[in-house]
Design a binder for this molecule. Structure first.
Ligand code: ADP
Ligand code: ASP
Ligand code: MG
Length: 406
């Protein structure tokens, strides 16, 4: 068999404890023994990143983003070193590196940095020496030597970017489920594993909340046509291929349901109904880096209107602060916030050419007596904001309605 270069990424749950790290080491060593070159990307152990975020929050509620990156990048540094040691114990040559050490250069947007370039010389040198190269996921460094991180779930991006840059033969993402399912299998046990899914569908699902793959990593995979194999680190079964075009003859109407509980809703009441106000509000929010998602402005009969929009929960405090001061400035009324919301979405490239899918979705939620607070649509998805307590019921009902449980 010809020698292959394989990039393998192991997520936090795959390296959550010593036993699992040893399990990963065995897997990697087996691939290496077969004569392959192996580059491994690892995430922080278990919930380390969340724990570090909590820790920072106990020190201050406005931590500097640069220092957050200094803190969070330590999680991955622990896992790469431990995995290298576990491989050494198996008599497998291996060496670990931080993102900075292998030349993953990013821009300066701390906590959500973009990769500008990767210099793979060092990795290639080490592979030539016959070593497994272990790279800390989720991190890079600016040209000024400041450590950055690539956004939550960013180890996926590290893996895909390295696979592209090294022209790897395979890019495998190992996780704690067997692949990509029609919906989160932890919510709906009837969810089905998909043999393959297109970049577009995966990107939509990831952007709408399926955290199994980071959305940005799929953007890069799509751009450079890097096929990804998502599979379980606990079994030898093959998982799901994320590829350009699926082999199926006709596109299915809906092939995934997603849920996102990571957003909150802000409503500004009694906003004066005149040109320029919305522009002002959303410009100010953008300036402080609060990204806004769904926006709804009610039709007004009087001279004022309510504007509601969603933000990611980490941006809520900042968002509220800005909107409250803006509301005063423009003569608007109260500012309300609601953290108990969830977004349920249906995704499928087939819905482009099928009218009536939206009506079907709304009808399904109505049957469950679930109120829809906001709606947004794209070419290949429809999302509804509902109260969080109905989230799981909604996912299951939609999964059934669109024939995904069969
Ligand atoms: P890792 O630690 O390997 O990066 P993540 O927790 O980021 O793993 O992602 C895996 C989790 O994603 C699964 O445990 C599952 O609960 C969740 N998930 C959400 N939607 C899906 C889906 N459509 N298919 C598979 N898993 C999904
Ligand atoms: N440890 C980081 C996170 O929890 C990166 C990753 O897991 O991919 O977001
Ligand atoms: Mg992940």
């Amino acid at each position: 068999m010809a020698k292959k270069l394989i990039v393998q990424k192991f997520g936090g749950s795959s390296v959550a404890n010593v036993e699992r790290i040893q399990n990963v080491a065995k897997r990697v060593a087996d691939y290496k023994k077969k004569g392959n070159d192996v580059v491994v990307v690892v995430s922080a152990l278990g919930d380390t990143t969340d724990e570090l975020i909590t820790l920072a929050g106990q020190v201050t509620n406005e931590p500097s983003e640069r220092e957050m990156d200094m803190l969070l990048s330590t999680g991955e540094q622990i896992s790469v070193a431990l995995l290298a040691m576990a491989l050494h114990k198996l008599k497998c040559q291996a060496i670990s590196f931080t993102g900075a050490q292998v030349g993953i250069i990013t821009d300066k947007s701390h906590t959500r940095a973009r990769i500008v370039k990767i210099n793979c010389d060092k990795i290639k040198e080490e592979l030539k020496k016959g070593r497994v190269v272990i790279v800390a996921g989720f991190q890079g460094v600016t040209p000024e030597q400041d450590i950055t991180t690539l956004g939550r779930g960013g180890s996926d991006l590290t893996a895909v970017a390295l696979a592209k840059e090294l022209s790897a033969d395979e890019c495998e993402i190992y996780t704690d489920v067997e692949g990509i399912y029609t919906t989160d299998p932890r919510i709906e046990p009837k969810a089905k594993k998909l043999a393959e899914i297109t970049y577009d569908e995966m990107l939509e699902m990831a952007s709408l909340g399926a955290q199994v793959m980071q959305a940005r990593s799929i953007e890069v995979a799509k751009k450079f046509d890097v096929p990804i194999h998502v599979r379980s680190s606990f079994s030898a079964n093959s998982g799901t291929m994320i590829i350009k075009e699926a082999k199926r003859m006709e596109d299915v109407l809906v092939n995934g349901i997603t849920l996102n509980k990571g957003e909150a809703k802000i409503t500004i009441c009694d906003v004066p109904d005149k040109p320029g106000i919305a522009a002002k509000i959303f410009k100010e929010l953008a300036l402080v880096g609060v990204s806004v998602d769904m926006i709804v402005q009610n039709v007004s009969h009087l001279r004022s209107t309510d504007i509601s929009f969603t933000v990611n929960k980490p941006g809520l405090a900042k968002g509220i602060k800005i909107t409250k001061s803006l509301a005063k400035e423009i003569g608007a009324g109260e500012v309300l916030q609601d953290e108990d919301i969830a977004r349920v979405s249906i995704v499928g490239v087939g819905m482009k050419s099928h009218p009536g899918v939206a009506a079907n979705m709304f009808g399904t939620l109505a049957k469950e007596k679930i109120n829809i607070e906001m709606i947004s649509t794209s070419d290949i998805s429809i999302s509804c904001i509902i109260q969080k307590k109905f989230a799981e019921i909604a996912v299951k009902a939609l999964h059934e309605e669109f024939g995904l449980s069969k």
